[in-house]
Design a protein around this ligand. Structure first.
Ligand SMILES: CC(C)(COP(=O)(O)OP(=O)(O)OC[C@H]1O[C@@H](n2cnc3c(N)ncnc32)[C@H](O)[C@@H]1OP(=O)(O)O)[C@@H](O)C(=O)NCCC(=O)NCCS
Length: 255
């Protein structure tokens, strides 16, 4: 372990070659930082966290305990899409990563993103500024999540999905990208959720459906068809309902 001015390291910290540190970095006990990682200034890293090679933590990032950041994806013969070696994980300035979170290489988080405890984000995923990925939420690979979104506790965000800005996704929402569940060739494509839409608890979105701007999906709905802009749907299969949110934007409904 080399010496790094103005940094505070705990016990049993392993720093591999080529790691760079900004000023005022605090690192807990039993932390491993692999080759070539870049740690910005005012960064705090909790006990037992692993920062994989070449990961970039921008300034003012706080990482909890037991997190794994920048790992490469696994591959077996059963995995449908071949996975190339991924570039570095980049975590934007001011972001907060919870205890036990796992975020893969090739992913980029914007500024002031919050990732809750035990959440996991796979490779080649983008998360916009100010978005919250809730506790134990799962975001699969190649998915785009816009700015200022809220993805609540335990939600499952499938691969190849597109979520625009200001979207609310309730707890335990489930999304899918393979309609025939590997029984028949099917191009993997997740849902597209447009700006300002809100998805209630436990709703299920089938592959390729598009939820329109400011649309609302009721709790427990099964969405099998596209939802037009500014429309509320509920039930299984989801159908439009009259409701008190008609004509109101998601900003109004959040207040
Ligand atoms: C869809 C929703 C916004 C509608 O709210 P609302 O405008 O107050 O609607 P109402 O409660 O007046 O219900 C209108 C009708 O739709 C039905 N309905 C409402 N929500 C429903 C749902 N999720 N599934 C099935 N039917 C539903 C009601 O039973 C009612 O039917 P009726 O006219 O035959 O009695 C709301 O019910 C909902 O599901 N919100 C999601 C909450 C959530 O998951 N939050 C996540 C974070 S905690």
């Amino acid at each position: 372990m080399g010496s790094h001015p103005n940094c505070t390291f705990g016990n049993y910290v392993i720093i591999e070659d080529g790691v760079t540190f900004g000023e005022n970095v605090t690192i807990g006990n039993h932390v491993i930082i692999e080759e070539g990682a870049r740690i910005g200034q005012n960064v705090t890293i909790g006990h037992h966290t692993v920062i994989a090679r070449e990961t970039i933590l921008m300034d003012d990032v706080i990482i909890g305990c037991g997190a794994t950041l920048g790992c490469q994806p696994y591959q077996t013969a059963k995995v449908q899409q071949r996975v190339a070696a991924q570039g570095p994980l980049i975590i934007g300035s001011g972001s907060r990563i919870g205890h036990g979170a796992v975020i893969y290489a090739g992913t980029r988080l914007g500024k002031e993103v919050l990732v809750g405890d035990l959440a996991s984000i796979r490779e080649s995923t983008l998360v916009g500024d100010g978005t919250i990925i809730g506790r134990n939420a799962k975001v699969e690979c190649r998915t785009v999540v816009g700015k200022s979104c809220v993805i609540q506790t335990g939600a499952y965000i499938t691969a190849d999905m597109f979520i625009e800005d200001d979207v609310f996704i309730g707890p335990e929402v489930s999304t899918s990208n393979d309609k025939y569940m590997s029984r028949s060739p099917y191009p993997l494509k997740g849902p597209h959720i447009k700006q300002g839409a809100s998805i209630g608890n436990n709703a299920t979105l089938l592959p390729t459906v598009c939820v329109g701007r400011n649309a609302v999906v009721g709790a427990g709905a099964v969405v099998t068809r596209d939802v037009p802009d500014h429309t509320t749907v509920a039930g299984a299969p989801a159908k439009p309902i009259r409701n008190k949110l008609d004509g109101k934007s998601s900003e109004v409904s959040k207040k």
